[in-house]
Design a protein around this ligand. Structure first.
Ligand code: GAR
Length: 218
């Protein structure tokens, strides 16, 4: 793309290691994505993603859910913290909290998530083990827009990996996560170039409505 776009600002939410966050930080540093991560927010004090943010000079914020009486109150604080940075895009990168409908609706069309399964299969947790238990021949990850239905928003991109005989769950998770670190920055790049939108609950890339399984890379 030769066209110039206004630089987008991104807030990333994490709960753990932050390897997806790191992939996005690296792609921005390499100038392959025209964006700035303006804050990283975690719901876990020990989330290594916070350290990754600090190392990259990005404001790192921890919001402890124990200080809030309800999910609604937590999400209100989370939204207030996000809105201080006025971001164009909110990226969930291993953020392991269920979000309230009010929160999700506030950011509809500008919040992305990565989920470690070929959605609509295996919403929720333990996705790698569930794929093995079901004798699936392939597994993978999906990037999707976030809507109030948990892991149910329109898929933008999926990446597949084979599931082998006697598959070890850790090894499968590693191969899926390797794919995640490739695919998430690509989708974020599309969004930041104004090529990707959510319209009428569908993902739209370059004015084309994407299929249920998202954009197909063959
Ligand atoms: C990733 O595998 C992501 O798909 C998953 O958490 C991991 C976070 O890794 N997310 C979910 O399960 C969300 N439901 P990271 O912290 O190293 O990016």
């Amino acid at each position: 793309m030769t066209e110039q776009h206004v630089q987008k600002s991104i807030v990333v939410l994490v709960s753990g290691n932050g390897s997806n966050l790191q992939a996005i930080i690296d792609e921005i540093a390499e100038k392959r994505i025209n964006a700035k991560i303006v804050a990283v927010i975690a719901n876990q004090e020990t989330a290594y993603g916070l350290t990754r943010a600090e190392n990259a000079g990005i404001p790192a914020i921890y919001i402890d859910h124990k200080n809030f009486a309800s999910r609604e109150e937590y999400d209100k604080q989370l939204a207030d913290s996000i809105d201080e940075f006025n971001p164009n895009l909110i990226v969930l990168a291993g953020f392991m909290r269920i979000l309230t409908p009010a929160f999700v609706e506030r950011y509809q069309g500008r919040m992305l998530n990565i989920h470690p399964s070929l959605l609509p299969k295996y919403k929720g947790l333990h996705t790698h083990q569930r794929a093995i238990d079901a004798n699936d021949k392939e597994h993978g990850a999906s990037v999707h827009f976030v809507t109030p239905e948990l892991d149910g928003g329109p898929v933008v991109l999926q990446s597949k990996v084979p599931v082998f005989e006697q598959q070890d769950v850790q090894e499968l998770a590693q191969r899926v996560q390797q794919q995640e670190r490739q695919m998430y920055p690509l989708v974020i790049k599309w969004f930041c170039e104004d090529r990707l939108k959510m319209i009428n609950n569908r993902a739209v890339l370059d004015n084309q409505i994407l299929a249920d399984e998202g954009y197909a890379i063959e």
